[in-house]
Design a protein. Sequence first.
Lengths: 101, 493
Amino acid sequence: MNISREQIDRIAELAHLELAPAEAEAMRHDLEAILSYVAVLQQLDTSGLEPMSHPGGGAPLPLPRRDETQPGLGAAAALAGAPASGGQCFKVPRVIERLES
Amino acid sequence: MASAVSGLDAATRAGYEPVIGLEVHVQLNTRSKAFCGCSTTFGAPPNSQTCPVCLGLPGAMPVLNREAVVKAARTALALGCQLRERSIFARKNYFYPDLPKGYQISQYDRPLAEEGGLEIPAAAGNPARRIGITRIHLEEDAGKSLHEGFADSERFSYVDLNRSGVPLIEIVSEPDLRAPAEAHAYLSRLKQILLFLDVSDCNMEEGSLRCDANVSVRRRDDPKFGAKIEIKNLNSFRYLQQALEYEIERQIETLENGGRLRQETRLYDAASGRTHPMRSKEQAHDYRYFPEPDLPPLIVDAAWREEVAASLPELPAARQRRWQSAWGLTAYDAEVLTGTPAQAEYFEAAAKASENPKVTANWIMGELSARLNAQGLDWNRVPMPPGHVAELVRILDAGTISGKMAKEVFEQAWKTGRSPRQIVEESGARQITDPAAIDAILDGVLAAHPTQVEQYKKGKVALLAFLVGQVMKASRGQANPELAQARIKARLD
């Protein structure tokens, strides 16, 4: 299973990871090994089998959780772990200019 | 406005057919969020309605709200969709500060419901038409990013996660719409159904109903669709129509000038009335959907589906048909009176009590609507009970008061909150229907206007109306005008 450096760069971009060249190479190596292993598993004939998305089978309806509110953490506790906050909001570096001018 | 694009002539425009599909996001009006017990109340202080689940804290597990599934299924059945026996949740992965988990719990290749449709009314010479609905799936809303309004908004964005985890359904139409007006009609009809189902408050200003549009144009003789452009940010009916009008013109003009269109996402800017391309980096999404391991698949069995189907209310189209066939209402009146569930209920109650639906409809659409509009009231807060409208119609039908008096009584009832019957009885403002009483009034009128009486007798029949008017005046509007006319003719002819 061959993984190109371009594929690694694209995956890193989607994952918002900055990889140094050596890290990218190590990642490429590891992913190749993982996918080669999965390629072996994929040789098994699974036609006619329902893919298992969850180990518990399924949830019959109606579901048990009623539509009732419960107290949350409160804003102070919610924000306590945030690196920056203000106006009772999480504060992050400005995200985007949405519109092109 | 669409006129921002220069003038295409009508013939050129007519050579192209727009192809439009809508993706509508609807916030379900559950009390608690989709996967946790936090309140969904709009407008609470920022981040006051959050917990480890909707904050995306490590280790927190989602537990799906029963009512969110019921509301999604009600919508699906009302729109004629098939409920999948087994639907699964999926993670849609992307990074944005208002999405704390780094993924949105949604549904992908096994949505809750598929293959429905919705009828839009006949318009502009086209007959009523069914617009296909591809799918309806359940998902969660993201939080809200605030890019403006803080002293350091130049450098920072602020994030409120109260909305994070509020249940949504996404309703995706087929590309069956052919004009901006049809898109408008589809969205209004959809909103009306959602309101009758009581699954959402559909408040577009508060974002509980949001719309994206896919639009392309093709030459009328071309069976293939053109490049699909997605327009986001259509948060009002007016913007939807304006953005589509602008975008269709822009696409036709681009093609006419020899340009090419490529698939892209654009944002509508209401201030300029134009659409703008999103930066390419924002479009570089690959959501890498995969099954959500923290939630089991939903299993719909026949018994549950029947239970949900049995709970559906009478929908607006069915009410309109019933009112037209059983009560003789016009299609237009029936359409207006089903504007909102509250209005439909009000009319239904008043019409049943009055036993004269057509006249009741006129009072509700006329006098009552005008007063509600003037005072900025909606149909959930009508100060006059439907029974009072019914009472007025009954008094009118019994001939106790004239139409003119009825307006006066209505005004009194509106102002004082008292019942029309009480007002009529206490004021003594009953219509005079006794011929002897009319004759007594007529004696005075004839004596006071000898010239007119003479002219009438010589054949100037137009003076009949004058004489009736004098009787009405002398009786302070209480005389029955038909009877007055009959008595005048009996005495003078």
